[in-house]
Design a protein around this ligand. Structure first.
Ligand SMILES: Nc1nc2c(ncn2[C@@H]2O[C@H](COP(=O)(O)OP(=O)(O)O)[C@@H](O)[C@H]2O)c(=O)[nH]1
Ligand SMILES: [Mg+2]
Length: 362
């Protein structure tokens, strides 16, 4: 299953436009049953230059990219928690995602009304995040009440949970997202079950004008993001959506016209991937070459388990080589001669770009 990213923002900030641009890169649904749940969920392949390099070198029959899932929801407006606009209940659609992309309107276009008349990214960011925090607070309060009601049944479990809820509440009451680094691994696992959006990593997508220039005062998004230690991706959603709809060749000439080297929407995927703390490893088995996604810091034996539970159970060791080294050598033979192929044990921490060949007992 893919890691997932929810898209939030004010109405008319360009969320659906960006979602469409992302899903224009979409993968065939068949191996990913989750991408058909509803039209607002899209499974998108992660563009990967290393995988492309390996493919060129080895010419496998089949290449499977790793994927990331995006979820598009309605826009939040000020006082959504009091029922303004569409309210805030629809946030339930993104309570289980792994990260959040906050689309911030930075394009002017007179044809597209802004909910608050003028273009002011810092204000918009604040409105949306405040509504998220209030909505999360509602959930925390409800949960505390519920546990107190059940306290007679299971006191001990309830106590640790309430303690964590109170710690989380302190951040929210201070008007902040929750710093999950203040929780240990076990605590994090419990906190995750609360489904709070303010506990997820967040990055900004500044949706800028066609000429690539933000109509907002230069640096507003950047400054607001820096204050929170967050990343910003600048793209023009409209342009990306139009590009995505074009057939390959036309797309190429259009990109040349605009002096574009890459489809910028790919940056969204890459930053999402980085914010999630993910790394990619590769397997080449028979004629199938495949990219896999794991969290940073995953051991070799756990990575093997991602491929197949039998590989984890019967794990002996792994032959490992970095994809870049492999590509530079041009063949397995040369890589062996140069001593770049290593043997690693179960506790080896898999590095981004590793090609793994797992040896295991059946
Ligand atoms: N000029 C311009 N218009 C955009 C851009 N992104 C979105 N729009 C337009 O803004 C309107 C609202 O976009 P939409 O994606 O539906 O916003 P959402 O409400 O956040 O989902 C649509 O008419 C889009 O075509 C952009 O980068 N530039
Ligand atoms: Mg929309």
């Amino acid at each position: 299953m893919s890691f997932s990213c929810g898209i939030i923002g004010l109405p008319n900030s360009g969320k659906s436009t960006i979602f469409n641009a992302l899903t224009a890169l979409s993968v065939p649904c068949q191996p990913y049953p989750f991408c058909t749940i509803d039209p607002n969920v899209g499974v998108v392949p992660v563009p990967d230059a290393r995988l492309a390099g390996l493919e060129k070198l080895l010419g496998p029959e089949k290449v499977v990219q790793t994927t990331i899932e995006f979820v598009d929801i309605a826009g939040l407006i000020k006082d959504a928690h009091k029922g303004e606009g569409l309210g805030n209940r629809f946030l339930s659609h993104i309570r289980n995602v792994d990260a959040v992309a906050h689309v911030v309107r930075s394009f002017s276009s007179g044809q597209v009304p802004h909910v608050y008349a003028d273009i002011d990214p810092a204000r918009d960011m604040e409105i949306v995040e405040t509504e998220i925090i209030i909505s999360d607070l509602e959930i925390v309060e409800e949960r505390i009440k519920k546990i107190e009601r059940l306290a007679k049944v299971s006191k001990e479990k309830g106590e640790t949970e309430v303690e964590l809820l109170l710690r989380v509440r302190r951040y929210l009451e201070a008007g902040r997202f929750v710093d999950t680094d203040d929780f240990d691994e076990n605590e994090k696992q419990v906190v995750r079950t609360f489904g709070l959006i303010a506990t997820k990593p967040l990055f900004y997508i500044a949706n800028v004008d066609e000429d690539g220039i933000t109509s907002a005062p230069v640096g507003t998004v950047e400054n607001a993001a820096k204050k929170n230690g967050r990343e910003v991706v600048y793209i023009c959603g409209k342009l990306e959506e139009d590009l995505g709809a074009l057939p390959g060749e036309e797309r190429a000439s259009y990109m040349e016209l605009y002096g574009m080297k890459e489809i910028s929407i790919e940056k969204v995927i890459h930053v999402g991937y980085r914010v999630l703390g993910l790394v990619t490893f590769y397997t080449i088995v028979g004629k199938v070459m495949r990219a896999w996604t794991i969290p940073e810091g995953t051991t070799c034996v756990k990575a093997a388990g991602k491929i197949h539970t039998d590989m984890e159970k019967g794990f002996i060791r792994a032959e490992v080589i970095g994809a870049d080294d492999f590509i530079a050598c041009g063949s397995e033979h040369t890589a062996r001669e140069k001593g770049l192929l290593r043997l690693e044990g179960r506790d080896y921490i898999v590095q981004d770009g590793d090609i793994l060949h797992i040896r295991f007992n059946v």
